[in-house]
Design a protein around this ligand. Structure first.
Ligand code: HEM
Length: 191
């Protein structure tokens, strides 16, 4: 059996995991906003999980990008993993991934700084979250176009399940009114 570089397996595994976590982050954000789960999950717990999922998604994304730098088969330079269009391999597919990455950076930085910001920070934080919504279709286009395994049965099942959950969540977000304009739960202010 021909040997397969472990980095290549790692790139694919970390990519799919990052996509799954990103999908879960957006979904948890919607659950937090709509309180669809009612008393089954407290806002504080949902927020904790939302943050944890976000940090994990970024962690797997960092791993995905690091492995691309060290992969002996298709090595990427720093420039090629950070600047859309520089990759000689599937430039459009890779550019979608890079754009998704850059869209996630301000959301996470503003999220970290928010406790130190005054009231105006809440608006900025809320607006920055639209970037996370934009990152998801970019990451999905990247997955479908760049993935070696993207069109295998298990991958299509993951893509359909994640997309269906998000679509249902977004429909619920549109139809279920949010509980209040700015909601406080203890020290936690929810978007
Ligand atoms: C939110 C951002 C990102 C997500 C969720 C993501 C996710 C994924 C997924 C799911 C795959 C398909 C794995 C497979 O089934 O084969 C993949 C492949 C790939 N990604 Fe990303 N990615 C992201 C950002 C990036 C960035 C910034 C780069 C920088 C160059 C990149 C480069 C690649 C490459 C080259 C492949 C092809 C690997 C292969 O199958 O040979 N990705 N990514």
């Amino acid at each position: 059996m021909a040997s397969v570089a472990w980095t290549w397996i790692g790139i694919r595994a970390s990519g799919v995991t990052a996509w799954g976590l990103l999908t879960a982050v957006v979904l948890w954000g919607i659950l937090l906003r709509t309180r669809l789960l009612g008393h089954a999950a407290s806002p504080t717990r949902l927020l904790d999980l939302h943050r944890w999922l976000g940090a994990s998604a970024l962690g797997f994304l960092a791993l995905h990008m690091f492995l691309l730098l060290v992969d002996p088969y298709l090595p990427f330079s720093f420039g090629q993993i950070l600047i859309p269009g520089l990759s000689s391999w599937e430039p459009l597919a890779v550019a979608f991934g890079i754009c998704a990455f850059w869209l996630l950076i301000p959301v996470s930085i503003i999220g970290r700084l928010r406790p130190r910001m005054a009231n105006s920070g809440a608006k900025l934080f809320q607006r920055s979250h639209w970037l996370a919504y934009a990152a998801w279709p970019m990451a999905t286009a990247h997955y479908v176009l760049a993935g070696t395994d993207a069109l295998t049965q298990w991958s299509i099942a993951i893509l359909i399940a994640g997309t269906a959950l998000l679509v249902m969540g977004l429909l619920a977000r549109g139809f279920v009114p949010a509980p209040g304009p700015t909601r406080a739960a203890g020290s936690v202010v929810l978007r």
